[in-house]
Design a protein around this ligand. Sequence first.
Ligand SMILES: *Cc1c(COP(=O)(O)O)cnc(C)c1O
Length: 402
Amino acid sequence: MNMAGAELIGKEEIKEVMDVLETGILMRYGFDKERKGVYKVRQFEEDFAKYCGVGYALGVTSGSSALKVALEALDVGRGDDVLVPAFTFLATYEAVLEVGAIPIMVDIDDTLNLDPDEIEKKKTPHTKAVIPVHMCGLAANIDRIVEVARKNNLLVLEDNAQGCGASFKGKKLGGFGDMGTFSFDYVKTVTTGEGGMVITNNRDLYLRSEWYSDHGHDHNPNVGRALEGRTILGFNYRMNELQGALGLAQLRKLDYLISEQKKNKKVIMDALAAIPGVGFRAKQDPGGDSATFLAFNFPEEQIALKFQKLLAAEGVDTTCYKNNLWHYIPNWEHFLAFSTANSKKHPFTDPLYKGKVEYLRETIPHAEDILGRTLVMGISVKMSSERLDVIRKAIEKAAKNI
Ligand SMILES: *Cc1c(COP(=O)(O)O)cnc(C)c1O
């Protein structure tokens, strides 16, 4: 299992966390006298916004809550539906349901991400937004997606949980749409244990997110927390200072992390490229890849699965996402049965929603084809030359037997 940011936890993270523990103030807001100038979440947000080249960043408790906060800020809710790619982690769909809207499953293209041509094909009169997900560290055709969405008056929320630090034609992912979200969970590229970020260039959307994530508090710097004003109701998705501290140290390591992963990925890619018939995931901007994963494909599903078995026998694991239980909607039996936590199957049964949705494999032929023929290998930051040799030899051996 590749661990990305978690592999690099060291004295820098310890120092940042100790700064917080020495003040004893774990809350990101308030306690201005007691905290002795330590504002880790605030600083992490500022650094993160700068890194992404956007105006605003808001730290939250997870990538899942980041999606929910953003959808609330965008005013996506009951009666609306949202276009979501068939290949993504469950959280993207759950977030749409959390705000009372209905996710519509759309197909992917050769980037393995949302196909821009699907937007006009699959949108309904109730569609309010589209959520492109930059899966496995590589950009969707995001410039086209934004263009088609704008033309159709749809909001764009980028789920960039898996593409932290990745870019498209020189611009960091997450900053193309109206809003973008990130996850810092334990396996993500930057980790704070659990955590997430919402980014945007729109001040109103930022403020609505900020208020919503903290019970409506307007964070007026001139009064104490108890006297702060509020305009909307919210909930609690606040990031805490320990998470902010970890994030600060991790963010400083991000470019190094990506460059190491790129080197490791290249060694493995070169070995695979020597095999006749092997292809790679389409990229419009290869340099923008965060290199957390390597996706390669075969002409046929049967060959891919055989190759996967042969690699596994040598101790090299890959994922075929068509068979994966958590990242491919046709495999979510509980979702397909509308088994919501509430007994009313809300929002699938919401009378305010006037559309009708179905989640059928036949409607995503490209995902069915390409994901079945594709194997995905996790790339770690630290891969010894011995480990890379094991992988290279496993690839050469498997290639002789398919
Ligand atoms: C990890 C992930 C999330 C959810 O992030 P958490 O921090 O684990 O809640 C959302 N979307 C995608 C694509 C992810 O990979």
